[in-house]
Design a protein around this ligand. Structure first.
Ligand code: ADP
Length: 167
């Protein structure tokens, strides 16, 4: 059975098979977790990302991890929050599903997610973590993955994940 757990910390430090990046559609780096991942990975990452032709919201693309402890980076583009009636929950769920499917496709067994869309993209945290936990749980009913980590960068997100996992 696949384990699903929450850890507090910096996703760039994790020695897992794949970390997920909450990327922008150009995949060329930005603020928040995206910037942290690109800084830690070094210039090889953006060079590979330039070859990928960007990424649509709700989709995911994979690269190697370069100087990161993680083997691979799965870049997914979360929805910008526009009030919730612009397909945001479906797009956010798609980010989680497509990322998990890419990990499986590449035979990666452990994957860590940041709280996609919960930073500058403005998705309300409790709603976003409910989408994350329910989508991942549903996916893990039939999967070859060993472990999925939800990485909380601050106490607010940590508490939200803990509450969602209890439900
Ligand atoms: P988005 O544009 O999808 O909202 P952000 O990077 O602004 O992406 O924020 C997504 C989440 O990533 C936020 O909850 C933020 O606190 C978190 N975050 C920022 N840096 C890191 C990091 N180094 N490791 C893990 N999570 C991080």
């Amino acid at each position: 059975m696949t384990r699903l757990s929450v850890v507090k910390g910096d996703i760039t430090k994790l020695k897992v098979d794949a970390i997920v990046n909450a990327a922008g559609p150009d995949l060329l780096g930005g603020a928040g977790v995206d910037g942290a991942i690109h800084r830690a990975a070094g210039p090889g990452l953006v060079a590979q990302c330039r070859t990928l032709g960007g990424c649509e919201t709700g989709e995911a693309k994979i690269t190697t991890g370069y100087r990161l402890p993680a083997t691979a980076v799965i870049h997914t583009v979360g929805p910008i929050w526009h009030g919730g009636d612009q397909g945001e929950p479906e797009l956010l769920a798609s980010c989680y599903r497509k990322s998990l499917a890419l990990a499986e496709q590449y035979d990666l067994k452990t994957i860590a997610f940041p709280a996609i869309s919960c930073g500058v993209y403005g998705y309300p945290i409790s709603e976003a973590v409910d989408v994350a936990v329910s989508t991942i749980r549903e996916y893990l009913e039939d999967s070859k993955l060993d472990e999925v980590l939800l990485v909380a960068f601050n106490d607010e997100i940590l508490a939200a994940y803990e509450q969602a996992l209890e439900g």
